[in-house]
Design a protein around this ligand. Structure first.
Ligand code: AGP
Length: 613
């Protein structure tokens, strides 16, 4: 949520900061700003603009209007205070001594603001970041103008999550940073030092990055960085190599990242399968989950938010069916406020693309405290969830930039299938022959996904009909229902059309009253034993005027008599249909959004990773 960049070196900072912000714009895009220190005048200039980064680029001549080799920048997703130039970061103490950009939420900002008001401070914005900036200013003055002590006091005094980058007037050749539960990385290359909240911003300069730990403080100078713990002691850190290549985070000729990422799915699915299958067998060596460890579990909780939760919804059916293991799927934001009955015989699987989602991270930590073993299915190497989990399965999706997830969802499904197969084997529910069969199916999924992508014209045409609708319902049973959840979210988040996913059998318990002449109902039908039942539910909506989109298996089920438009997918093992059905659903959402002329990659009010509660 929000993007932070920082640069200190021997080049002009403005253009580098804006380029970095451009790479991070998917993290927040309602306003942006930069601050650059000019060593000729001894002043730091701050420029901010409301709206997309383009406004700031125009205002600063792509950053060239600011002179200086040290600066920080921010692209915002508003939490406290509406999107406006005043509320945009960087924020500044009234005397210009402290300038800061911040991601996250300072939960006790009201109390801190009241304290600062009593001390004579005043406030120009509605943000918690201005409070944070002035709190640092207050401690800086109180503790002999020492930036490390000021930040250490800030860490002790604040609650919530933050990644904060700070420039102090008296230390013009340095940038300071600290974080808690919000990501921040540092790269050093060719006499320069880069700071960012996310990898794509600095991939162009270096693949070796340092992760600042929770409540650690970093002091950046040109070509170097030092880290301190909360006791202000110097600490040693090694850099971590990021394996993503810089081009993977570019559009590569596609109009939108989303379409590029949809088309990358055959590859990322293959890469994820290959990462955990060796010599024809599921191999979890990399996760550190041995058979002995897996044997001790009696139940599974799967936790995630948004699409990651939807992956869990599919996994619930697959694990129950295949491994015959009691499994539950939970929204991370709810999980942490309930009393989940977990213990040391529970495996908690936390699914997250970014590895930074605040609710998922909190659920993971709580599970550990309750004695459960945690497995993270994460895409971003070195992210907070990956670092805190007992075991990590890294999906091989590569950088995902579009706010609407596609390839990460698909690679997370694969991770869950592999876990289900492994558990089924260990529990003696399936034998080697069935394992061979299932792995064979997984290996064939990329080609099947490719064939759906090659045959997308029909979906593209049908999207123009969907674009005229104001309500869409997705219905299915079992795994088909679970994938409907994702199809519905995809459509609503990027096309702004109201949509709902319903378990087909549940429609007549209330929701069917919403069906009227012309309402679009998309039915997913891939499961033998459920096919006829879902057809009946579709017929019930059709007789009330609904237009029916049917998604089903080629050559297996005939639904043409019921559906007005049919999309076919190739046959696979019934457990894995979500991986194929989701492709036309993603394409549909994409083409509806594109045909409405919307910003596909950056839908309104959203941000790629949600690092606040
Ligand atoms: C889906 O398209 C969304 N971008 C969103 O629901 C997302 O899946 C959710 O915020 C979880 O993010 P994470 O995987 O990074 O934890």
């Amino acid at each position: 949520m929000c993007g932070i960049v920082g640069y200190i070196g021997n080049k002009q900072a403005g253009p580098i900061l804006l380029e970095g912000l451009h790479k991070l714009e998917y993290r927040g895009y309602d306003s942006a700003g930069i601050a650059v220190y000019d060593d000729k005048t001894g002043k730091t200039e701050i420029v901010k603009a409301k709206g997309r980064l383009k406004s700031l680029m125009d205002k600063t001549n792509d950053g060239k209007a600011l002179i200086g080799t040290c600066g920080i920048g921010h692209t915002r997703w508003a939490t406290h205070g509406e999107p406006s130039e005043t509320n945009a970061h960087p924020h500044c103490s009234d005397d210009g001594v402290v300038i800061a950009v911040h991601n996250g939420i300072i939960e006790n900002y009201a109390e801190l603001k009241a304290k600062l008001l009593k001390k004579g401070y005043s406030f120009y914005s509605q943000t918690d970041t201005e409070v944070a900036t002035k709190l640092i200013r207050y401690y800086y003055e109180k503790y002999n103008n020492d930036p490390i002590v000021a930040l250490e006091r800030f860490i002790f005094r604040t609650r919530g999550s933050y990644a904060i980058a700070v420039m102090f007037k008296d230390y013009p050749d340095e940038i300071y940073a600290t974080r808690k539960d919000s990501p921040m990385i540092i790269g050093v290359s060719d006499g320069a030092t880069y700071l960012a909240s996310d990898v794509p911003a600095i991939l162009k300069y270096t693949r070796n990055v340092y992760y600042i730990g929770d409540r650690e403080i970093a002091r950046l100078v040109a070509g170097g960085v030092e880290f301190f713990n909360v006791d202000k002691e110097l600490i040693e850190k090694s850099s971590v190599e990021i394996k993503w290549d810089a081009e993977a985070a570019e559009k590569g000729g596609y109009e939108h990242f989303m379409m590029k990422e949809i088309c990358e799915q055959p590859k990322v699915v293959a890469d994820t399968v290959n990462s955990a299958v060796s010599k024809g067998r599921v191999d979890f060596t990399e996760t550190g989950l041995t058979d002995d460890v897996l044997k001790k579990f009696e139940q599974i909780y799967i936790v995630g938010c948004g699409s990651a939760y939807h992956v869990g919804a599919v996994a619930l059916y697959v694990i129950e069916k295949l491994a015959k293991m009691p499994t539950r799927v939970e929204l991370a934001s709810e999980f942490r406020y309930r009393t989940p009955l977990i213990n040391e015989k529970t495996l908690v699987i936390v699914i997250s693309q970014s590895g930074e989602t605040a609710d998922s991270l909190a659920a993971l930590r709580e599970s550990k405290e309750m004695g459960a073993t945690t497995l993270a299915i994460v895409n971003v190497v070195g992210s907070s969830i990956a670092r805190d989990a007992d075991h990590v399965f890294y999906t091989k999706a590569g950088p995902e930039i579009s706010v609407a997830t596609t390839k990460a969802y698909s690679s997370q499904l694969i991770a869950c299938y592999l876990i289900a197969i492994k558990l089924a084997l260990i529990r003696g529910v399936i034998d080697k022959t069935r394992e061979d069969q299932l792995i064979g199916e997984l290996i064939s999924l990329p080609d099947k996904i490719k064939s759906i992508l090659e045959d997308e014209n029909g979906v593209q045409q049908f999207a123009t009909t969907v674009a005229t609708k104001s309500d869409v319902f997705f219905i299915g049973r079992g795994i088909d229902y679970a994938v409907c959840l994702e199809g519905s979210l995809k459509l609503k988040e990027i096309s702004y059309i109201h949509s709902e996913a319903y378990a087909a059998g549940e429609l007549k318990h209330g929701t069917i009253s919403l069906i009227e002449e012309g309402t679009l109902v998309a039915g997913v039908l891939t499961q033998d034993e459920l096919f006829e039942k879902t057809v009946s539910n579709l017929v019930e909506t059709k007789s009330r005027g609904a237009i029916i989109l049917g998604i089903t298996v080629k050559g297996k089920f005939g639904i043409e008599a019921t559906s007005d438009f049919t999309v076919y997918i190739p046959e696979t093992d019934p457990l894995f249909y979500a991986s194929l059905v989701v492709i036309p659903l993603q394409l549909l959402a994409y083409y509806v959004s594109a045909s409405k002329g919307l910003d596909v990659d950056k839908p309104r009010n959203l941000a790629k990773s949600v690092t606040v509660e």
